[in-house]
Design a protein. Structure first.
Length: 148
């Protein structure tokens, strides 16, 4: 699916995010930026140890839920990795939609600040953090559309 929004293109793809040829790949990170499984593990495996070394050095306190930080992309084709921390789903009454929107929005802000023309997002918080995919998709799309 592809949509034009004010001279910007929003596309939906399914596949291996580590193989996307974009300026920035978004990592579904934990707040400690400590690496993990799923998307996080795949990005670190393919990108190599320099990504973790950089985040350890630059962000020793990690990243709060609802935000994101930037690193180089190591061995990935991208220029950058944006480590976004989405919320753990607890039923939706603990600010999860706002936190999820904040993580997406911060990545989009980082993209603008770093002159990225393309960015690939995974479905943040929908794996181990159990955010319902349909609800997460609505937050992701509405945040991206509002930002564009």
């Amino acid at each position: 699916m592809q949509v034009q929004i004010d001279n910007q293109t929003l596309e939906l793809h399914q596949g291996d995010i580590t193989l996307q040829e974009v300026d920035a790949i978004v990592n579904a990170a934990n707040s400690r930026l400590a690496g993990g499984g799923g998307v996080d593990g795949a990005i670190h495996r393919r990108g190599g140890p320099s990504i973790m070394a950089e985040t350890d050095r630059e962000y020793p306190d990690g990243c709060p839920t609802g935000s994101a930080v930037l690193s180089s992309a190591g061995d990935l084709a991208a220029k950058f990795v944006m480590h976004a921390v989405g919320p753990v789903w607890s039923g939706g009454a603990r600010g999860e939609p706002e936190q999820l929107a904040g993580a997406y929005r911060r990545c989009l802000e980082l993209a603008v600040e770093n002159e990225c023309r393309s960015i690939a997002f995974p479905a943040l918080s929908t794996g181990a953090y159990r955010y319902p995919l349909d609800r997460a998709a609505r937050v992701a799309l509405s945040t991206a559309i509002d930002f564009l």
